[in-house]
Design a protein around this ligand. Structure first.
Ligand code: NAD
Length: 356
C-alpha cells in the first residue's frame, strides 16, 4: 500500500451529504475513507451501496458523543483528516424534540474536538502540519435576511431554530479549538442542498414523492420564504476543495446563487414531473398543492455571497437549479428501491414540527 495515501474519517457518511462526499472521495481520489455513523433514522448503508465494496472504504457504527470509542478509533486508524457531517439536520424535528439536537450537534461536536485534540497532540510535527478538522455547517446559523443582502464569512451569527442554534453552538466550539488550542480546523456554512439520496422528509424529495403518490403537496404559510439551493455534488466538491486547500482557522460560506421561494420550488417540481412523468388522470401535479400552517419561527430569506471560496479556491457550482432538479427527480423516479422502504417503514410524510 502507498504510505502517502491520506486517511479521512467522515462522520455522518451514511447520510445525504456525507454519502455523496464519500462516493466522490472513493471514485475521484486516492484517499482511504472511514465512515463513522450512528445510522439514525436519517442514515442508511444503502446510500453507500455503490462504494461499500471498495478496499479503501471502512464503515464503523457509532455515536460521535462516544468519546472512548472515538479515541480508540483515532488511535487505531490514525486519520489525517476528520470531516464532521454527523448531525441531526431537520428543523421540524428540532422543534418537536430539541434534546437530541443538543446531544448530537453540540455535545457530539465537543466530544469529537476533544478526542481530535488529544490525538493531534500525539502526532509528529510533519503529521500535525497536515492534520485538518473540517466541520460542516449551515447558513441557517446567520438567521434571517430581509429582501436585500447576502450572508458572508463575516456575517454575525443570529440563529432562530433549535436546529440552527445547535449548529451555531458547534461552530463556535470548533473556532474556539482553533484559537485556544491551535487545532487546525476548517468551517463551512452551506445553503440548502438537494439531490439523490436525500431523506424524504426534506422539501424536494417529500414533494416529489407525495406528488407521485397522489398526495397533498404541503406549502408552509404562503410559500414566500426564500432559500438558496445547491446541488449536493457541487457541495461535496466544495468540501474537498476546502479540506485540501483551505486556510486552517478559516471559514467559507458555500451557495449556489439559485434563490427561489418555496412556492417556486414546488411549482418547478410539478413542471418537471408534468413533463417527464405526467399524471395518468391528465391533471397537473400543481392541483395537489395545499397551504398549511407555517413553521414556527420560519426564517424569511437565506442568500449566500460565495465570493471567497470562488476567488481563493476556484470553486463554483456546475448545476443550475433547473438542471440539478431534473437530475434529482430522474433519480427518485429510477430508485424506488432506495426510498420505498424509508417511506414505508421510517417516515411516511406526515407533518412534523408544529407541536413543541
Ligand atoms: P442527514 O440527516 O441526511 O445525515 C446525518 C447523518 O448523521 C446520518 O447518516 C445519521 O445517521 C448521522 N448521525 C446523526 N446523529 C449521529 C450521531 N450522534 N453520531 C454519529 N452519526 C450520527 O444530514 P445531511 O443533510 O447530510 O447534513 C450533513 C451535515 O451538513 C449536517 O451537519 C448539516 O447540518 C449540514 N448541512 C446540511 C444542509 C442540507 O441542506 N441538508 C445544508 C447545509 C449544511
Amino acid at each position: 500500500m502507498n504510505k502517502t495515501v491520506k486517511k479521512i474519517i467522515v462522520t455522518g457518511g451514511a447520510g445525504f451529504i456525507g454519502s455523496c462526499l464519500v462516493r466522490q472521495l472513493i471514485r475521484e481520489s486516492q484517499y482511504e475513507v472511514l465512515v463513522y455513523d450512528a445510522l439514525t433514522y436519517a442514515g442508511t448503508l444503502t446510500s453507500l451501496k455503490d462504494v461499500l465494496s471498495s478496499p479503501r472504504l471502512t464503515f464503523v457504527q457509532g455515536e460521535i458523543q462516544d468519546t472512548a470509542k472515538i479515541a480508540d478509533l483515532f488511535a487505531s486508524y490514525q486519520p489525517d483528516i476528520i470531516m464532521n457531517l454527523a448531525a441531526e439536520s431537520h428543523v421540524d424535528r428540532s422543534i418537536e424534540g430539541p434534546a437530541r439536537f443538543v446531544e448530537t450537534n453540540i455535545l457530539g461536536t465537543f466530544a469529537l474536538l476533544d478526542a481530535s485534540l488529544k490525538y493531534f497532540r500525539t502526532l509528529t510535527e510533519a503529521k500535525k502540519s497536515n492534520f485538518r478538522f473540517h466541520h460542516i455547517s449551515t447558513d441557517e446559523v446567520f438567521g434571517s435576511l430581509g429582501a436585500e443582502g447576502f450572508f458572508r464569512e463575516e456575517t454575525a451569527y443570529d440563529p432562530r431554530s433549535p436546529y440552527s442554534s445547535s449548529k451555531a453552538a458547534s461552530d463556535h466550539l470548533v473556532m474556539a479549538w482553533f484559537h485556544t488550542y491551535g487545532l487546525p480546523v476548517l468551517l463551512t456554512n452551506c445553503s440548502n442542498n438537494y439531490g439523490p439520496y436525500q431523506f424524504p422528509e426534506k422539501l424536494i424529495p417529500l414533494v416529489t414523492l407525495n406528488a407521485l403518490d397522489g398526495k397533498e403537496l404541503p406549502i408552509y404559510g404562503d410559500g414566500s420564504n426564500i432559500r438558496d439551493w445547491l446541488y449536493v455534488e457541487d457541495h461535496a466538491k466544495a468540501l474537498v476543495a476546502v479540506v485540501e486547500r483551505g486556510t486552517p482557522g478559516g471559514t467559507y460560506v458555500i451557495g449556489g446563487n439559485q434563490e427561489r421561494t418555496n412556492l417556486q420550488v414546488v411549482h418547478e417540481i410539478c413542471a418537471v414531473l408534468d413533463e417527464i412523468s405526467p399524471n395518468s388522470s391528465g391533471s397537473s401535479y400543481l392541483d395537489q398543492i395545499v397551504f398549511v400552517t407555517d413553521r414556527p419561527g420560519h426564517d424569511a430569506r437565506y442568500a449566500i455571497d460565495a465570493g471567497k471560496i470562488k476567488s481563493e479556491l476556484g470553486w463554483q457550482p456546475v448545476e443550475t437549479f433547473r438542471s440539478g432538479l431534473m437530475r434529482t427527480i430522474q433519480w427518485y423516479l429510477n430508485n424506488e428501491w432506495w426510498w420505498g422502504p424509508l417511506r414505508k417503514d421510517v417516515y411516511g410524510g406526515e407533518r412534523l414540527g408544529i407541536k413543541p
